[in-house]
Design a protein around this ligand. Structure first.
Ligand code: 6R9
Length: 648
């Protein structure tokens, strides 16, 4: 067992290092006296008005509320920029590494960032964007993505970032649901040398019903390609910012005013607009970023996520900039021009903290050690992982090959809804175990509930819940507070249900086992089975569809769909390709099914519910584990599906 525990490296110490004793004491204080603890934690921010009310929360679904720092006033952009200007004005805030290594990288100082953010904030105000208005952001991984977020924050507009890989329909859905006034996009994005037609996607999205709320499309010139232009609606970002002053009065925001909406998949229906507010979110994003990455003043910090996901929000933009750090934004992909790109970039910019996803680690692991070993990586100090459970084999490769057995790995468990890290090792305090996210962060109280609905004591396994509020938790589902309560606080009334399963070992370490709801985690991205199914049945030839996840060597989970055609339609290879392409078009390439099986019928209970448990077992090629099929309306359906299963 001992070789499975990786102790805190000897001599590990920096100005923000938290050791084991400090962790224990602070954790105890954070749960015993949350008011005192978080009042102190809030002092890391600059407030227009310091909060005196700290925690005011109730998880009872009948009388639910979550207020943190409720009488405090602040502005996120002031915290991420202005307050650093006196001491860090010439420090690099954002390092940009473009898609191609042949394109020069860029370094943007805090002072330059301030200028760009203020100009855009002024331009947004000139266009009529006011506090509380929604702004959709659909940009590539360029510094302007951070600029756009901070400009919204400066004037109190609520941003909604849509991942650049999403389809026009996904953009339209999010514009409609948030009733956004403005979209900020670029002519095109670039990924692995290929162009992504962002503006054309926006044009297509805005042709769809219910998107008339959009008054202006702000376009950033990135690749310089020709694009269609709608006079009166479309404006160039460089035109509208050119004559704006480089100072913009920040909006005084209440701690509970919304900062952003981010859509994420759940087990039912369309993606939900998870809403985060200002004060609690920023306190915890900044605090966790400093503590878990053991931040030091001259760190070069690189998180490889996309700003379209929550990881990009909290740990590319808000956490690092609130801490005055240098954050690297990478436009490209790990495999372009070749699979050593990550390590080339680490060496080029002397990255000290590197934070990526297990799916990337597994893909690079497959390419062999040579590509890693030909680079130095001597600058690295800490490695991080996020997005899905990291399998111990990938963890060890990351540790031994990338980190040369000298760097702590911080495996960070959290969610769009949690806003910031929840379970993750503080590197100076907590020895790690490959595959475990280890121990809760300050103020986070996890618990496991077994099949009988009872709390698991000591070592054991169950559904992961959080028993009390934490500052960065989502406050609602935009426009549908009841759905928020139903989704997260009703399965186990009085507790936040994460949708994940977990195991706790004899040392109190948590091991996340994955989603227990109908969410498929593909390469760290959440896709709802309901979204896939609704995309498929939109096709005129599809009568019914069911989607399930299956174990996938690289992606963690892959997508397996079963399709029943309408009467009179015949399965064919062409139709199969057409349906896969259809899903890509409706949702986006990240939702591409790996396998599509024709199903003459789907296994259903007598009340008409699809038995996904059985479909999962068939997809996993475990027909001997189908369990009880006697409750099915027609058990023979299963035999046909098993016989015709796709994988071997
Ligand atoms: C941050 C993020 C959340 C879901 C979550 C869980 C999985 C994320 C993980 C992890 C095991 C980790 N997940 N980090 N599972 N270990 N370190 O990814 O947010 O996109 O909302 O996904 O991802 O299943 O419930 P989000």
């Amino acid at each position: 067992m001992s070789q499975n525990i990786y102790p805190v490296p000897e001599g590990f110490a920096g100005p923000n290092t938290i050791n084991a004793e400090q962790y224990a004491a602070l954790y105890a204080e954070s749960v015993d006296s949350p008011e005192t603890f978080w009042a102190k934690a809030a002092e890391r921010l600059e407030w227009f008005k310091k909060p005196t009310q700290i925690k005011d929360t109730n998880f009872d679904p009948k009388n639910f509320y979550t207020r943190w720092f409720a009488d405090g006033e602040l502005n996120v952009s002031v915290n991420c920029i202005d307050r650093h200007l006196a001491t860090r004005g010439d420090k690099t805030a954002i390092l940009w590494e473009p898609d191609s290594p042949d394109t020069p990288s860029q370094a943007i100082t805090y002072r330059q960032l301030s200028e760009r953010v203020n100009k855009l904030a002024n331009a947004l105000r000139t266009l009529g964007v006011q506090k509380g208005d929604r702004v959709t952001v659909y940009l590539p991984m360029i510094p302007d993505a951070a600029v756009a977020l901070l400009a919204c924050a400066r004037i109190g507009a609520i941003h909604n970032v849509v991942f650049g890989g999403f389809s026009p329909t996904s953009v339209a859905d999010r514009v409609r649901d948030s009733a956004a006034k403005v979209i900020i996009t670029a002519d095109e994005g670039l990924r692995a040398g290929r162009k992504v037609p962002l503006k054309a996607n926006v044009d297509a999205a805005l042709q769809q019903e219910g998107t008339q709320s959009i008054e202006k499309v702000i376009v950033l010139q990135h690749t310089g390609s020709d694009i269609a232009w709608q006079e009166g609606r479309d404006v160039w970002l460089h035109d509208i910012t050119a004559s704006e002053p480089a100072e913009c009065e920040p909006e005084r925001m209440n701690a509970e005013d919304p900062l952003f909406i981010l859509y994420t998949s759940g087990s039912t229906g369309k993606p939900k607009g998870v809403l985060h507010t200002t004060g609690g979110y920023l306190v915890q994003a900044a605090y966790t970023h400093e503590a878990i990455f053991d931040l030091r003043e001259d760190d070069i910090y690189w998180c490889t996520a996309d700003v379209g996901w929550v990881t990009g929000h909290s740990y590319i933009v808000y956490g690092p900039l609130a801490n005055g750090a240098t954050t690297l934004i990478f436009e490209g992909v790990p495999s372009y021009p070749d699979a050593s790109r990550f390590w080339q970039v680490v060496d080029k910019h002397l990255v000290t903290i590197f934070y990526t996803a297990p799916t990337a680690i597994r893909a690079l692991m497959r390419e062999g050690e040579e590509l890693v070993k030909k680079t130095s990586r001597k600058s690295l100090r800490i490695l991080g992982s996020v997005g899905e459970p990291i399998n111990p084999e990938a963890w060890r490769w990351y540790y031994d090959v990338v980190g040369e057995s000298r760097l702590p790995i911080v495996d960070t468990w959290w969610q769009t809804e949690t806003g910031a890290f929840m379970i993750a090792p503080i590197p100076g305090a907590i020895p790690t175990k490959p595959g475990s996210a280890t121990k809760p962060f300050f103020g986070v109280q996890p618990a496991l509930v077994n099949a009988e609905g009872e709390f698991v004591q000591g070592a054991g396994e169950g559904n992961l819940v959080i028993t009390d509020s934490w500052p960065a938790q989502a406050r609602t589902v935009y426009g549908d507070h009841q759905r928020f309560i139903d989704t997260y606080f009703s399965a186990y009334p009085g507790y936040y249900f994460t949708g994940d399963g977990a195991r706790r070992d004899e040392d109190g370490y948590y091991w996340i086992t994955g989603r227990v709801d109908d969410v498929i985690n593909v390469s760290g991205h959440r896709i709802g089975t309901a979204e896939l199914e609704s995309a498929l049945v939109q096709h005129p030839k599809v009568a019914e569809a069911a989607a399930v996840g299956f174990n996938h060597d690289l992606k963690g989970q892959g997508i397996y769909v079963y399709v029943t055609l309408v009467a009179g339609e015949e399965p064919s290879n062409e139709l199969q390709k057409e349906l896969v392409a259809h899903v890509r078009k409706v949702i986006g390439p990240i939702a591409t099914p790996d396998f599509l099986q024709w199903a003459p019928a789907l296994p259903k209970t007598r009340s008409g519910k699809i038995m996904r448990r059985i479909l999962r077992k068939i997809a996993e090629n475990a027909p001997d584990q189908l369990g009880d099929t006697s409750t099915l309306a027609d058990p023979s359906v299963v035999d046909t599906l098993v016989k015709e299963r796709h994988l071997t």
